[in-house]
Design a protein around this ligand. Sequence first.
Ligand SMILES: *Cc1c(COP(=O)(O)O)cnc(C)c1O
Length: 428
Amino acid sequence: MPNLNFEFTEEFALKMDQNDPLRSYRDQFYFPKVNGRDALYFCGNSLGLQPKSVKTYLEKELENWANLAVDGHFEGEDAWMYVRQKSKPALAQILGAHPHEVVAMNNLTSNLHFLLVSFYQPKGERTKILCEAGAFPSDQYALESQVKFHGLDPEETIVELAPRAGEHILRTEDILAKVKEIGSSLALVMMGGIQYYSGQLFDMKDITAAAHGVGAYCGFDLAHAAGNAPLKLHNWGVDFATWCSYKYLNSGPGNISGIFVHERFADDQSLPRFAGWWGHDEGQRFLMEKGFIPMHGADGWQLANSNILALAAHQASLDLFAQAGMEQLRAKSEKLTGYLEFLIDEISGNSGILEIITPRTASERGCQLSLLIHKGGKAVFDSWYAHGVVGDWRNPNVIRLAPTPMYNSFLDVYRFGKILEQSLHDFA
Ligand SMILES: *Cc1c(COP(=O)(O)O)cnc(C)c1O
């Protein structure tokens, strides 16, 4: 990143905001209040803020339901039967995919299971799954239960790769070496795209190539990467991925997930899959006949009716992403997180209270910084919260702060710096 000569002054932060081409997007979101004041909201990694436009998008579908009832499936420009098509262009841009490689459906963990049905097929000695140690619990449970479902022992089958002693992030060279080492026993590499705890953005391109090099499939959980980091799933050759829409994608609590399936599988009928009528050939779906014929691409993995209200809220946010553009968002994100990093270093440098464990290079992280708290424990987090800082605490001792380029400002980050400065006195 270019040296921006960051300064710990309000004047500097305001100047950065003035020069920010995305500054107007902030007004399109509702901010929560903490203790009666507008929060400094750095928790888009957990739940993104509500776009003000969501209400209108939802109301439109409620009207369609009221006025058209069952005919809404086929009538009007937003006929429910085809409404998922609307989300594809924006999702394709966010994921670096072709529109037919992505589809919005289900929830993340459900999708992970369905994708594992297709892409985890242990055979002979090729049974092992490689993932990062300390993966998000839901992913751990999904992998473990899939392994058991195939009659295998999770202890022997799942290889969890941890950082070297004394280090907090995985070295790419170690991941690639592990893939080679497991070699012909490796069935699948399944990792987070961005590690939820450390904020490390993995080199998905090289990891995918390494997995393919030993004949394994490679998939990513992009819960923390979608709408945050630049992704090129198609070009990287990733086999499959899933994500959620309620974190960086601002689509509402628990809202719809999505899947990516690389186009090389678009018409692959040899992959096992759990089928449902919404994945069946659209032209023949309502003939209600026997014999599943999967749709082309990711759509063929759909099971059930699209959740129309969920998709409406999702679309409100996706339209903002399409307008703002991932490239612009990322350019701002690197500066915004760079500013947060600068302030933390500047203010807490030698205090011994906290340590940034997220990679120091922009290309190896998204917008989140994870702070390992050495002194004060959760009381540090609580004191920040009392001053209106909404981040999150993750056991055993990490605070995650995620300034998002869509709605956070440089002034937000500066204000956090002032609160950090004060709290360092309190915890020294
Ligand atoms: C947030 C998150 C989940 C949550 O899964 P849901 O099915 O949406 O509840 C799963 N995996 C990772 C890596 C996450 O960050």
